[in-house]
Ligand binder design. Structure first.
Ligand code: GDP
Length: 299
């Protein structure tokens, strides 16, 4: 919780400062509520959610004094209520060996880093893990996954740059099965410059690994960068067309003043949020907890 608060200092202080500025020694009226709505929109809550939250603050309190702390408490309650239904831990089904987790997302979102963090987490739970360097398009991505593999002492299946990603995923799945590995994490490419190619590649990976198990991938995590703001919404739409996205990981919440995007995503898609990234270090991945997040974001 303290790591979360520290990591999210930028988000929380931005919103908290605005609330302090707006509500210190002022009556609550239409103008202050509109300003609050603007602040919430700027923090990426989305227009609908921002309106609803400002209304919740105003309800029954017009022309009365309200302290910044009261406003923060109301906002925190609203945020928690919106996020509670999506705050779901990822459940590894141990009867699947391996439990196959496909990770998707645009380049730079933090997929490889998240895979490294997850492999450490799963290993700490006593599970064996294998990584598949499925972003065969970029040599740097393959190398980066290898580095994470070394750092976390996890085997990495990779091929040379330009190899077929679906073939690699298939072989990694087979090898993990033969070894009795508990969790297989598959990295993928995320080059948005070639959307059709990217989508076809993801579809092929899913199709091919289903030859080994029709229920695979057992989880598909879409990794989203919080700093891209409202673009995250279109990324969910895009990736859901090509892969069976089952949950979200939101990275870089430490680097943005706009953590409200999680609330906008919850309102629009209702997809489970499993983890949030709050830094570049291997420990900087937190299971997503609605209450802690709501408190951290409102300061
Ligand atoms: P990929 O292209 O999706 O695999 O993205 P990478 O894992 O290579 O990450 C891109 C950059 O974002 C790297 O510099 C990471 O260190 C950084 N990054 C990833 N997650 C986080 C996070 O939660 N917070 C911060 N501040 N940086 C992150």
């Amino acid at each position: 919780w303290s790591r979360l608060t520290a990591g999210m200092r930028r988000t929380s202080s931005a919103l908290s400062d605005r609330v302090t500025g707006l509500f210190t020694k002022r009556k609550l009226d239409a103008t202050t509520l509109e300003d609050l709505e603007d602040a919430l929109i700027q923090a990426d809550f989305g227009v609908e959610t921002a309106t609803r939250m400002a209304e919740a603050v105003g309800k029954g309190r017009y022309e009365k004094g309200i302290s910044p702390d009261e406003v923060r408490a109301i906002l925190a309650t609203e945020i928690e209520r919106a996020l509670d239904p999506v705050a779901t831990p990822i459940e590894i089904d141990s009867s699947k060996k391996p439990y196959v987790i496909l990770t998707v997302g645009v380049n730079g979102a933090g997929k490889t880093t998240t895979i490294g963090k997850l492999s450490l987490k799963f290993k700490a739970e006593g599970r064996s893990v294998m990584l598949a360097a499925g972003d065969t398009f970029r040599a740097a991505a393959i190398e980066q996954l290898r580095v994470w593999g070394e750092r976390t002492n996890t085997p990495v299946i990779s091929r040379e740059q330009g190899s077929d990603a679906a073939g690699l995923a298939f072989d990694a799945f087979k090898e993990a099965r033969e070894n009795g590995t508990d969790v297989l994490l598959i990295d993928t490419a995320g080059r948005l410059q070639n959307k059709a190619g990217l989508m076809a590649e993801l579809e092929k990976i899913v199709r091919v690994i289903r030859k080994l198990d029709p229920e695979a991938p057992h989880a598909t995590l879409l990794v989203l960068d919080a700093t891209v703001g409202q673009n995250a919404l279109s990324q969910v739409e895009l990736f859901s067309q090509a892969a069976p996205v089952s949950g979200l990981v939101m990275t870089k919440l430490d680097g943005t003043a706009r953590g409200g995007i999680l609330v906008a995503l919850a309102a629009k898609f209702g997809l489970p949020v499993h983890f949030i990234g709050v830094g570049e270090g291997v420990e900087d991945l937190e299971p997503f907890a609605a209450r802690d997040f709501a408190r951290a974001i409102t300061g």
